[in-house]
Design a protein around this ligand. Structure first.
Ligand SMILES: [Zn+2]
Length: 334
């Protein structure tokens, strides 16, 4: 997701923060922070493209100069995009040492490893190939382990002349204080709901407002829901199904997503119980009354399970137990 030849931004709501960053004289290391699904990676890439753009017009990135073409084809010699292997494969930003087909024997790493950071540091000492400086983009920076982050400190503090560094992060608190303190922060807010809905509709989504709420207002996450077969009707049917104890409504959902959906349902049921508005589900889809004590228990179980992102136990049984608890919470005792 970078600016294409027609010059339009991949995500329209990034225009204001981009203009702001480009319009100010900033330090050489930036911390871009935004919730997942807001577009931190596309923003980092667009910013890098703008910094390297060789166009003569006022609009950067222009999308059609030699430099922009190289960014579009992921071949710019002065841009180093460092992502964990899972994301590198998903977005096509492979490193020089990556095998194109991957290694079947081991799962791609979700971490940014120290050898990868060292490769980026070695690259940073080479002269700029096109004479417009260089950009190192690391995303998400919280994927660096302690060793990787420590290896980067010196470069963050004093990058080679002409080099800029951008770190994408979902939450700055996840970074070492020594990394945070070396960067200037740029906050990327979630877009106004109306803008996000318009954009989602342009991507072909029906009932975009329902899925946007389901995704906590983060448009890229709403898109992922839709791509995974969760449409507005299916989402809106979930509260009734859980209240009836029908775990089948979650069949085929990855466990973390099923747990997230139940947490959102639990949140909304609690909100309604105290007379507040729901946040994630359409009001009409939610049960009017629930068992407050059972809701609290359900919420605790969901939080406990959500803390572990790998589930060693039987996933079917786990979800069944959580759905049973949800049925109890969403039904008033007779
Ligand atoms: Zn350009």
């Amino acid at each position: 997701m970078v600016v294409g030849p027609d010059g339009t931004l991949p995500l329209p709501w990034l225009a204001a923060p981009l203009a702001e960053v480009l319009g100010q004289q900033r330090g050489h290391s930036l911390l871009l922070h935004g919730a997942s699904g807001v577009g931190t990676l596309p923003f980092g890439l667009t910013l890098a493209q703008a910094w390297l753009c060789e166009g003569s017009g006022p609009r950067r990135p222009c999308g059609h100069c030699g430099s922009c073409h190289l960014v579009q084809s992921h071949l710019h010699p002065d841009l180093f995009v460092l992502l964990p292997e899972t994301l590198r494969r998903a977005h096509g930003w492979l490193l020089a040492d990556d095998k194109p087909e991957g290694d079947d024997k081991k799962k791609p790493s979700k971490q940014i490893r120290i050898v990868e950071v060292r490769a980026a540091i070695d690259w940073s000492h080479k002269t700029s190939a096109r004479g417009r400086g260089k950009v190192l983009l690391i995303h998400p920076a919280e994927a660096m382990n302690l060793q990787s982050a420590s290896a980067l400190l010196k470069t963050l503090e004093e990058p080679p002349a002409g080099m800029r560094i951008a770190l994408g992060v979902s939450d700055p608190a996840l970074l070492l204080p020594t990394v945070r303190s070396r960067c200037q922060r740029v906050a990327l807010p979630a877009p106004p709901a109306a803008d996000a809905v318009r954009w989602l509709e342009a991507q072909g989504l029906n009932d975009a407002a329902v899925l946007l709420a389901a995704a906590s207002g983060r448009p890229l996450e709403a898109l992922v829901l839709a791509e995974n077969g969760i449409d507005a009707a299916r989402w809106s049917a979930l509260p009734r199904a859980i209240a009836d104890g029908q775990g089948a409504a979650l069949s085929g959902w990855p466990v973390p997503r099923a747990i997230d959906a139940m947490q959102k349902l639990c949140h909304d049921a609690m909100a309604i119980a105290v007379g507040g508005p729901p946040r994630y589900f359409p009001a009409a889809s939610l049960p009017r009354r629930a068992d407050a004590a059972a809701l609290v228990e359900w919420s605790k179980s969901l939080t406990r399970v959500a803390r572990h992102d790998e589930h060693p136990w039987n996933e079917g049984l786990l979800l069944e137990a959580l759905v049973t608890q949800g049925r109890r919470a969403l039904t008033l005792p007779a």
